[in-house]
Design a protein. Sequence first.
Length: 239
Amino acid sequence: MFSVFLGKRRKYNLILAGLLLCLWFFRSFSISFPEDVIENDVEVVFWNCARANSFKTAFLENEGIPDIMVLNEAKAISLDRVKKKYPEYYFYKSDFQIDIFSKTPIDIEIEQVSKFNSAVIKFSSAGINFYVVDMVASLDVPKTWEFKFENKIVKNTENTIVLGDFNVPYESRFLNDLKDHYNHFFSKKGNGFRETWPWNMPLLSIDHIWVSKDLKIINSEKINTRNSDHSMIKTVIRK
């Protein structure tokens, strides 16, 4: 639409825009063939709830109860009611608007927040190490500072999953360390556009699940929802 204002250069700008659109499409769109899930596979779900939702809505959006579910910016409510409904499962509520659910016990190992309010939680459950990352979205905070904080904490490169709202897209150079040691859940086994924000539009892939290369990704999915401006993301892992 901006080509209307570009006069004689309109044709060249339309060609350039078309080439960039094709480049984006082929880099963002994934086609894969998911495998059948077996009993010991681990289903992992992450969702930025936009401060309006909790596990009740998350389980409905997921159409079932996964093995591990992490909610970011979860609704500020007590977990007592949901614990009573699911007494056989395990829940953890952090001080950083991060809630964790698991079908097996949760062992919290690290909880740290930077002075600019980026947060990282390390926990183990289902026999896997997890790092939950919530990167501050403020434009006033240099990404270099916050990813330096994150990289100092995220050390494991085997039997490990790193997930969360990174507030940078898949193409960002700040994710290069993760790309060296982990597979991106959707690029490896997803179908469609990997972008997760905003409002079901394929614009930016800022929500990620990174899986260490010794673990096998069986299938991955992005669930679009009107209950948050972020899509829910999920993957199934085989150890």
